[in-house]
Design a protein around this ligand. Structure first.
Ligand code: UGB
Length: 448
């Protein structure tokens, strides 16, 4: 009889194999938990990094971001996060039927702040963009930002030259309009820092147009040009038909370049573009680098001011235009802006291309500006009358606004004395000054 086969070796082998399987599966488990741990650590590190640098900032109150932003500008935009996107959407959503959704660049600037408020008050959606640069006191820009924030207007802190950031904004919001006011302003500063004009007014504008032409839908764009484009033009009052090929400053040249660049993007991509030539805009929440503003400060401090006159001893004059009139002009231009005709970078037909003067139609000599301020501040200015330095200034500006009147009813209504009274009232309130400001004829003023 054949003996039964010996199975003891097979059983031993089977036990050994199952032992090996157990050991291997434990190793596998350990390896995968290590991998999971490392991945979690990496995600946590990325999150800590993003929150530390707060980019893009959620609610920014310090100057710290001016520097961190510069650091990030060269790198690609990293995405905004859900809370950030919610703020962006909320701010830009219109609250009236057929309301606009407007991206306001330079929203923490003088004209940007006033226009943002006016748009929001009538039910349009407004998202601000501003780089809070230090060309003039950024704390004034922060104060404007705080005022806008009270009206549920969110300002994204970023630069026009940050392509990924702009693209992200257009991903999140289908803007119907852009009110493009961000720029390097100031005529005389262009001799000190020419590159900043090229960077903001040319490169930044092109970047904005690049993103706009690729957007779907393409927005309609209204943007700030300048009375300075008339340069050495001698015909008066300045009409949009007059020559603008003789700029007297680099500032003017970059604004004129903007007008030509607008033509190109309109021609190739069907972008609807409206340029507004602002004439020396002044008023509450204004720009400290402008003469009416720093004259006020100097007069109150008893310091001397330089009052320019032309080389042949004549008075220099400006068509000073009050901010509320400019805001009406900006809204009128937005309301009459036709849709862009292209989409996703392709033109589908001819689109609107416009240029308008927005001035006051009533030039006032700088000497008269000073005497109005003296009256309002009850202080004598220490005037130092000098020949206008060769710094890009022009002797005289005077707007013909009949085109803006015809197309959107633009009609300035504030004379310089009335506007300066409102400015001085704001100035002394904002800076907490108690001068001997005249009280008579004082009218209530809602400032912004
Ligand atoms: O319309 C514009 O497109 C520009 O308007 C504004 O430029 P300007 O009209 O030059 O305003 P602003 O500097 O306030 O000088 C006012 C007057 O004071 C004279 N002026 C100036 C300085 C000084 O020390 N003394 C003086 O007499 C000076 O000669 C001038 O006659 C904006 O700044 C500019 O960004 C742009 O938007």
């Amino acid at each position: 009889m054949a003996s039964p086969p010996d199975t003891s070796k097979g059983i031993k082998l089977e036990r050994y194999n199952s032992y090996i399987r157990r050991v291997n599966s434990t190793k596998l488990l350990n390896a995968s938990s290590k991998l999971l741990f490392r991945a979690t650590l990496l995600v946590a590190l990325i999150l800590v990094f993003l929150f530390t640098f707060n980019y893009p900032p959620l609610a920014d109150t310090t100057n710290h971001h001016i520097h961190t932003h510069a650091h990030f500008l060269s790198s690609a935009f990293g995405g905004g996060g859900a809370a950030w996107e919610k703020q962006v959407r909320h701010s830009s959503t219109p609250r009236r039927p057929n309301g606009m959704s407007v991206l306001v660049t330079g929203a923490a600037g003088f004209v940007g702040t006033h226009c943002s408020l006016a748009l929001k008050k009538r039910g349009d959606g407004v998202l601000g963009l501003d780089n809070f640069n230090t060309y003039y006191d950024p704390s004034l820009k922060r104060a404007r930002q705080a005022m806008l924030s009270k009206h549920q207007i969110f300002i994204v802190e970023g630069d026009l030259n940050d392509g990924p950031l702009l693209a992200k904004l257009f991903d999140v919001v289908p803007f119907t309009h852009i009110l493009h006011l961000a720029a390097q302003a100031g005529v005389r500063y262009a001799m000190q820092n020419p590159q900043s004009y090229v960077s903001s007014n040319i490169a930044g504008f092109v970047n904005l147009l690049e993103v706009s032409k690729s957007a779907n839908p393409q927005p309609s764009i209204v943007w700030a040009s300048s009375s300075s484009v008339y340069g050495l033009n001698t015909q008066n009052p300045f009409s949009e038909l007059h020559r603008t090929d003789q700029p007297a400053s680099l500032y003017a040249a970059t604004k004129k370049a903007g007008e030509e660049i607008a033509h190109t993007y309109n021609h190739i991509y069907g972008l609807s573009l409206t340029g507004l030539r602002f004439f020396t805009v002044y008023g509450p929440w204004g720009r400290p680098d402008m003469a009416y503003f720093f004259f006020t400060k100097a007069i109150l401090q008893g310091k001397s001011i330089d009052v320019y006159q032309t080389q042949d001893g004549k008075e220099v004059a400006r068509d000073f235009t009050y901010i509320d009139d400019i805001v009406k002009g900006c809204l009128g231009a937005l309301d009459t802006a036709e849709k862009s005709t292209g989409s996703g970078g392709k033109k589908r037909g001819p689109a609107q291309l416009r240029i308008y003067n927005l001035g006051n139609t009533s030039p006032v000599p700088v000497g008269r500006l000073v005497s109005i301020l003296e009256g309002l501040l009850s202080s004598k200015a220490k005037k130092h009358v000098i020949k206008m330095p060769r710094n890009g200034d022009v002797p005289y500006t005077h707007a013909n606004v009949s085109l803006a009147y015809k197309d959107f009813g633009y009609k300035p209504t504030t004379d310089l004395a009335t506007g300066l009274r409102k400015f001085v009232k704001w100035y002394v309130g904002y800076y907490g000054i108690h001068p001997r400001v005249k009280k008579e004829n004082d009218q209530s003023d809602d400032s912004a």
